[in-house]
Design a protein around this ligand. Structure first.
Ligand code: TPP
Length: 252
């Protein structure tokens, strides 16, 4: 009896990610959700620029490569071209989504565009070698902040879920992480809800996944998972930041 199988929506090839990087876990969760919702043939993913730039090699659905940060704009076009049939998700890092792509993110959320956004917050620019990201923590040592991020010089890290929750537009915003089994399970529930919302026509759903980058953080995989708990989560608390349908139901 098979007790473990790779989801069908994930192509059976080795991933190029570094040891201990959590991109692979999130890929798997997205693929499991696509399988469980039976939407593989309808799903179109928008790959970002960043470590997951080659996500099109891993997901078994149609994939499009967007210019850096522009995934929500590409997703908008693809979704609107055939809203009844296309299930569209973007998969973006924090440099991609919260720096160069911030305008696309905010406006897609404000329009309540009916898309699903998977946002990988690893507090660093991974692909380019560990520069400071808009989400790097105060004091965090990166290639471009060798003495630690100084807010006087670089400002404060951006809390994307909190910021977007002030908009009227978005349907659903949740922050999760994948640093232990319980949190991986919760992350999957959030990702599934973000896809289900789109199927139900509810609108913009973003799941922020607090993720690890052991290579650029200069840590072992285990230290990186612990650093998520000790340093990332106090600044980026997990939870639901907006769930408009649930709020409406409560109000009724
Ligand atoms: C228009 C443009 N500007 C800059 C770059 C260089 N670049 C490639 S990846 C990247 C940042 C990636 O960081 P992030 O989005 O956090 O993803 P990660 O690699 O950490 O998964 C940058 C700035 C680019 N490819 N295109």
């Amino acid at each position: 009896m098979a007790v473990f199988e790779k989801p069908h929506a994930l192509i059976d090839v080795p991933l190029h990610y570094c040891p201990g990087c959590t991109h692979g876990i999130v890929h798997r969760l997205v693929a499991e959700v696509i399988d469980e919702l039976g939407i593989e043939g309808k799903t179109i993913g928008i790959a970002p620029v960043g470590c997951s730039v080659m996500a099109y090699n891993y997901f078994n659905c149609d994939m499009i490569e967007a210019a850096h940060g522009r995934a929500p704009a590409v997703a908008t076009g693809v979704k609107r071209a055939d809203p009844e049939n296309n299930i569209v998700f973007t998969y973006q890092g924090d440099g991609d989504l919260a720096s160069i792509g911030m305008a696309e993110t905010v406006h897609a959320a404000a329009r309540n565009e009916n898309i699903t956004v998977i946002f990988i917050n690893n507090a660093i620019y991974g692909m380019t070698g560990g520069q400071m990201a808009p989400t790097s923590l105060v004091g965090q040592v990166t290639q471009t902040s060798p003495y630690g991020r100084d807010p006087k010089l670089c400002g404060y890290p951006i809390k994307v879920c909190e910021m977007l929750s002030e908009l009227v537009g978005p349907e659903y915003l949740e922050r999760v992480t994948v640093n232990n089994v319980k949190n991986v399970r919760n992350a999957k529930k959030a990702i599934k809800k973000a896809f289900q919302n789109q199927i139900d026509g509810k609108g913009f759903s973003l799941v922020e996944v607090v993720s690890s980058c052991p290579t650029n953080w200069g840590m072992t995989p285990k230290q990186a998972l612990d650093w998520i708990e000790s340093d990332m989560l106090p600044y980026y608390p997990l939870g639901v930041y907006k769930d408009r349908s649930a709020e409406q139901k409560e109000a009724e």
